[in-house]
Design a protein around this ligand. Structure first.
Ligand code: HEC
Length: 152
């Protein structure tokens, strides 16, 4: 009996974590610790703010691109993991940002975001992601306010 329970638990655990441990899973991925202050400089260097907005960082010498003003940082109800942030930077078409008209962000499934894979160093990426992560603030998901209606 004990044995059966154990194997059932193992099976359940395998089902629950199944997608976490596949060959494509981000499990085990770890960036070296970055430096947020340097990361902010990376953001300026690559002119990310020509298509993005980030509260508290002034876009300097940047051609403003108001048609593409995807917000980075700020309040969010789901924290972005660094695996997600790295993916957004090195493979932006993998998952297109939510909350904007799709046609303004991508063409035929390809993100309009610039590609930095040939120029950005791994250290720059680590610092940038460290900085970006610190710019998000986790806020609890606002609960629906139910109202009561009188029925006749
Ligand atoms: C030419 C315009 C452009 C530039 C320059 C650009 N991005 Fe983007 N970025 C986009 C667009 C468009 C999206 C939304 C589509 C998508 O998710 O790929 C996006 C999405 C993102 C996201 C995901 C946002 C979300 O809420 O899911 C991150 C993070 C990001 N960019 C970071 C950067 C960083 C860091 C730089 C500079 C190294 C940069 N971007 C430069 C256009 C740009």
């Amino acid at each position: 009996m004990k044995h059966l329970l154990l194997s059932m638990l193992t099976a359940a655990a395998m089902i629950l974590t199944g997608c976490e441990t596949g060959v494509d899973s981000p499990s085990g991925f770890s960036l070296p610790e970055g430096d947020a202050a340097k990361g902010e400089l990376v953001l300026v260097k690559y002119q990310c703010l020509s298509c993005h907005q980030l509260d508290g960082v002034e876009p300097t010498d940047v051609v403003d691109n108001p048609a593409l003003s995807v917000k980075l940082g700020g309040k969010t109800s789901v924290i972005k993991t660094y695996a997600e942030l790295v993916t957004s930077i090195i493979n932006p078409s993998h998952k297109i940002a939510k909350g904007y008209p799709k046609s303004s962000l991508q063409v035929d499934g390809v993100s309009k975001m610039a590609n930095y894979n040939d120029v950005m160093t791994v250290d720059e990426l680590a610092d940038l992601v460290f900085f970006l992560q610190s710019s998000y603030e986790l806020t609890p998901y606002p609960r629906t306010q139910y109202r009561y209606y009188e029925t006749m």
